[in-house]
Design a protein around this ligand. Structure first.
Ligand code: F6P
Length: 360
């Protein structure tokens, strides 16, 4: 047994399943191995750390939350690029976070979040604070870890949405588009699409040609298949748009008449084929509900290793899954990098081999 530990916890950015499971893992691991533990939960992400809004929690607060979605601490988006910009009252946010950390005499801050959150965690590390980062996001786009928590749970939800669409698509001989979250990457769409038998999968990493999409629909129609299902990533982009400069693309979006890319694709398919098209957007349902068993186990393992790192006073790392093993990865090596789907990867080749079209 070791002496007292005083840690801060916060969850930042968009929520996802298993945030509570991960915090529980850390706190359980520490409770088992310290004489005395003080846990300060900062409310609503970095906002709580900046403005000193926190709750002193006990191990009882972490009981019964393994299966609970959301986050018991609340979350908010605090863009990394604004961290160095004073707030509306002139407050220096980075300085304020440091002051609150020192005031509470913390041994370490355990920060749960995605890419932006990780960049701020790295900034705090550079500023001299002890931090540990746990990689959460349904997008699975954090560089340096095989998988993020939330991803598998979100696949289940997106997959179920597409499964349900399958029966109605078949009854009506329609084309159905299901738009999947994932921000600028296609992991969630790729896995949910493959798992649910989508015929066409459109990802940001593989810009599509609408004529190839139509070709794939025609091929199915000619083969006597009355319906086609597309899994479209919210960040999917056409070849034409991918060739635009950032400025030109921004201008296009300013005058965009569609709520999202799926509706534009739907219009084009209808115009070119005459087939009825319907769009379904499961949206934030993909971040909701109870974490799946895989995420519960992953978070218990990440939490345990996070606690072990704190006991060993080994800070400044993301606790990650690397080639199936839980490892500590230096934040300085990964912060600011994005993990995207490689268009030449095995999984894409295998998907194409079984006839899935990526519209390229
Ligand atoms: O990063 C998670 C995510 O759900 C993305 O997939 C999506 O683009 C974004 O967050 C939505 O953000 P918000 O909850 O702020 O609308």
């Amino acid at each position: 047994m070791n002496d007292m530990k005083r840690i801060g916890l916060l969850t930042s950015g968009g929520d996802c399943q298993a945030l509570n499971a991960a915090m529980r893992g850390v706190v359980k691991g520490l409770s088992e191995n310290t004489e005395e533990l003080e846990v300060y939960g900062f409310l609503n992400g970095y906002k709580g750390l900046i403005y000193g809004n926190y709750k002193l929690l006990t191990s009882a607060d972490f009981s019964g939350i393994l299966t609970k979605g959301g986050t018991i601490l609340g979350s908010s988006r605090q863009p990394f690029k604004l961290m160095r910009v004073p707030d509306e009252n002139g407050l220096d946010k980075v300085e304020a976070m440091k002051q609150n950390y020192y005031k509470l005499n913390l041994n370490c801050l355990v920060i749960l979040g995605g890419n932006g959150t990780q960049k701020t965690a790295n900034l705090l590390r550079e500023e001299g604070l002890n931090v540990i980062h746990l990689p959460k996001t349904i997008d699975n786009d954090i560089y340096g870890t095989d998988v993020t928590f939330g991803f598998q749970s979100a696949i289940n939800i997106a997959c179920e949405a597409i499964d349900c669409i399958h029966t109605t698509a078949a009854s009506h001989n329609r084309v159905f588009i299901v738009e999947v979250m994932g921000h600028k990457v296609g992991w969630l769409t790729l896995y949910a699409g493959m798992a649910s038998g989508a015929d066409i999968i459109l990802l940001p990493e593989i810009p599509y040609d609408i004529d190839k999409v139509i070709e794939a629909i025609d091929k199915r129609t000619k083969a006597g298949k009355g319906f086609t299902i597309l899994a479209v990533a919210e960040g999917a982009i056409s070849k034409k748009d991918a060739e635009l400069s950032k400025k030109e693309y921004k201008k296009k979006l300013e005058n965009y008449k569609y709520p999202s890319v799926s509706y534009e694709i739907a219009d084009l398919i209808k115009e070119k084929t005459g087939i009825e098209v319907r769009v379904t957007v499961p949206g934030h349902t993909q971040r909701g509900g109870s974490p799946c068993p895989y995420d519960r186990v992953l978070c218990t393992r990440l939490g345990a290793e996070g606690a072990r790192a704190i006991m060993e006073e080994d800070y400044g790392n993301m606790i990650a899954m690397v080639n199936g093993k839980i490892k500590r990865v230096p934040l300085g090596d990964v912060a600011g990098k994005l993990k995207t789907v490689d268009p030449d990867s095995q999984i894409i080749k295998q998907a194409k081999y079984v006839g899935i079209s990526f519209g390229d």
